[in-house]
Design a protein around this ligand. Sequence first.
Ligand SMILES: NC(=O)c1ccc[n+]([C@@H]2O[C@H](COP(=O)([O-])OP(=O)(O)OC[C@H]3O[C@@H](n4cnc5c(N)ncnc54)[C@H](O)[C@@H]3O)[C@@H](O)[C@H]2O)c1
Length: 332
Amino acid sequence: MARITVLGGGFGTALAVMLYSTQQHDVTLWSAIPEEIEAMRRDGEQKQKLPGVKIPNGIALTTDLSVIDDSDLILFAIPSAYVRDTCKKVAPHVKNGTVVVNAGKGIEEDTLKLMSKVFAEEIPQALYVVLTGPSHAEEVGRGIPTSVVAASSIAAAAYLVQEWFSSPTFRVYINDDVTGCELGGALKNVIALAAGVSDGLGFGDNTKAALMTRGLHEIERLGTALGSRTNTFAGLTGLGDLIVTCTSMHSRNRRAGILIGQGTDPAAAVEQVGTVEGYYCCHAAYGLAKRYEIEMPITEALYRVLYEGADVREAVQALMDRPKKREYEKLN
Ligand SMILES: NC(=O)c1ccc[n+]([C@@H]2O[C@H](COP(=O)([O-])OP(=O)(O)OC[C@H]3O[C@@H](n4cnc5c(N)ncnc54)[C@H](O)[C@@H]3O)[C@@H](O)[C@H]2O)c1
C-alpha cells in the first residue's frame, strides 16, 4: 500500500476512487476549489462531474497541499492551464526522487512546451511519469475495463506506476516515448473538436473517419519531427485515445465541437462545456506546426474557425479542395 495524493477533483476523483477501491492505497484527494471539496464531503460523491460514483469514506479530502509531505506518489489530474502554477505550489513539498504522475493532457499555450518540460522545470527533483490513453473519468470511476500507458524516461518510475495502478479493471502498459505519448494525448483533443464540428454540421461517418485518420497523420508528422517514435501513434495514447475522444459524448472537446458546428460562437461553446483542452491545444499545435514547418491542415482549418472567425463550412470546403496528394508522402 502506498500513500498517494491525487490533485484535481474531476478526473482525479475517478482515479482516487480506483486507487483506493481496487488497489487499496492510502489516498488523499486535493482540489484547489474549497467548494468542490465541501460538496464532495457533503454528498459523498462528485455530483457535478461524476454523478453516481461514491467516494469511499477512507479517501481523505483536502485543500491543503502539505499532505504531499508524506506522499509516496503524487498524481496530477488538472487542466494544463493550471499545471505550472500548481507545480510551483507543490514543489516545496516534494522529496527528491518522488514519482510525480501527470494524467492531464495538453501543451502549455504561451510557451508551446509539453507538460514533461513544465514538470522538469518546476519540480526537477521528481521522477516524471505521464499516464495517458483512452480513459474517460466516467468509466474509470465505475470500474469499466480500461487500458492506459505509463510513459517515462526513467524505467523504474514507469514500472512503479504500472505496479501501483494496475488492477483487474485497469491495465497499464509501459512506454519510454514520453514526447509521443504526451503529443498523442494532447493533439487528439484538437481532432476531437474537429470531429464534433463535423457532427454538428450534420456530416456523417465518412467525414469523421477521414478526420480521424488524416488527423492521426498530422499528429504523427509533428510527433516524429519532435523526436517521437512512429509506432507510439498507432498505440493506446495515439489511435486509442483518438477513437475514444472522437466518438463519445463523454468528450467535452467533441461536445464543444458539435455546438460550434451548429453555429455557436467558439468561445461561447467552450464557456458552456467547461474544460475543453482541445481549444487551447489547437492554438499551441498551430504554433508548433509553424515553428517546425509541419503541414497540419486540419489543425490549421480548426484554428481559423476557433481564433479567426472563419466560417465552418468554408473551412471544410478548403480542406476538401486542397491540392491532390498521395496518401503517404513516400511510396513504400
Ligand atoms: N475527464 C476525463 O475523462 C479525463 C480523462 C483523461 C484525462 N483528462 C485530463 O485531465 C485533466 C483534468 O481534466 P478534468 O476533466 O478533471 O478537468 P476539470 O475541469 O474537471 O478540473 C479538474 C480539477 O482541476 C482543479 N482546478 C480547477 N481550477 C484550478 C486552478 N486554478 N488551479 C489548480 N487546480 C485547479 C480542480 O480541482 C478541478 O476539480 C485535463 O488535462 C484532461 O484533458 C481528463
